[in-house]
Design a protein around this ligand. Structure first.
Ligand SMILES: C[S@@+](CC[C@H](N)C(=O)[O-])C[C@H]1O[C@@H](n2cnc3c(N)ncnc32)[C@H](O)[C@@H]1O
Length: 229
């Protein structure tokens, strides 16, 4: 998750709201923690989730410093360098380990993606490249955006990193299908889920065809209206 100042984008005075950024849920984390390296500086609690038990096991291995855990060191060092001090990487790893409080099963096709667990809605829900691999068609995608959006509290934020115009991606020799999305489909689904879009941008990344046929990566930040609005 990139360091995005939501308040700055929306023109809001965040001095009052930042201190209330207690909980972030990452939906469809995979076996990965890279997307949370900056987020752990802003949230007191992070909940990671994934559909697959194998992925949740990998994250637990990293949290427990299992010698067989994937080595994220180079990514952590790079993130620290981007944040201004590469030497802080060990501190950052410890901070993220402390901040991840739960590793939960999740299915974005369910009305409550964390079913059977019922959580209080949280300050922020983030998801990178998950819904487009979980959904086979646009109606299912729109409904998944609503499902995930239901985990955000009024006044809270929903942030998606999305792969654009991709139909497949490779993990080693294994090919996975991906739902073809455009910025318009994503923006419309987020608005349809009742959110106000604060900011969105395609980043201009291109990818080798050996990995996937994606055309770009798109970020969108949206806010659920407060109850009083
Ligand atoms: C392309 S990976 C993205 C992983 C990670 N967010 C990242 O940025 O690298 C897609 C993830 O979505 C998860 N996934 C697939 N179907 C899902 C579903 N129905 N509900 C929740 N997660 C799902 C997969 O297990 C996988 O970890």
């Amino acid at each position: 998750m990139p360091a995005i100042d939501v308040g700055e984008m929306s023109g809001e005075n965040t001095s009052g709201t930042w201190s209330h950024r207690d909980t972030l849920i990452d939906i469809g984390s995979g076996p990965s923690i890279y997307q949370l390296l900056s987020a752990c500086e802003s949230f007191r609690e992070i909940i990671v989730t994934d559909f697959l038990e194998q992925n949740r096991v990998e994250i637990r291995k990293w949290l427990e410093k299992d010698p067989e855990a994937f080595d994220w060191t180079s990514m952590v060092k790079y993130t620290c360098q981007m944040e201004g001090d590469r030497e802080k990487w060990m501190e950052k790893e410890e901070k993220l380990r402390r901040t991840i409080k739960q590793v939960l099963p999740c299915d974005v096709t369910l009305a409550n993606p964390l079913d059977p667990l019922v959580l209080q809605p949280v300050d922020c829900v983030f998801s990178s490249y998950c819904l487009e691999s979980a959904c086979n068609d646009v109606p299912t995608y729109r409904s998944a955006v609503k499902n995930v959006g239901s985990l955000v509290k009024p006044g809270g934020h929903l942030i998606f990193a999305v792969i654009l115009e991709e139909t497949y991606y490779m993990v080693g020799p294994h090919k996975f299908n991906c739902l073809y999305l455009t910025p318009e489909i994503v923006t419309d689904a987020v608005k349809g889920a009742g959110f106000e879009v604060l900011w969105s941008q395609a980043l201009g990344f291109t990818f080798p065809l050996a990995i996937c046929d994606a055309k770009d990566t798109f970020f969108i930040v949206a806010k659920k209206p407060s109850k009083s609005q």
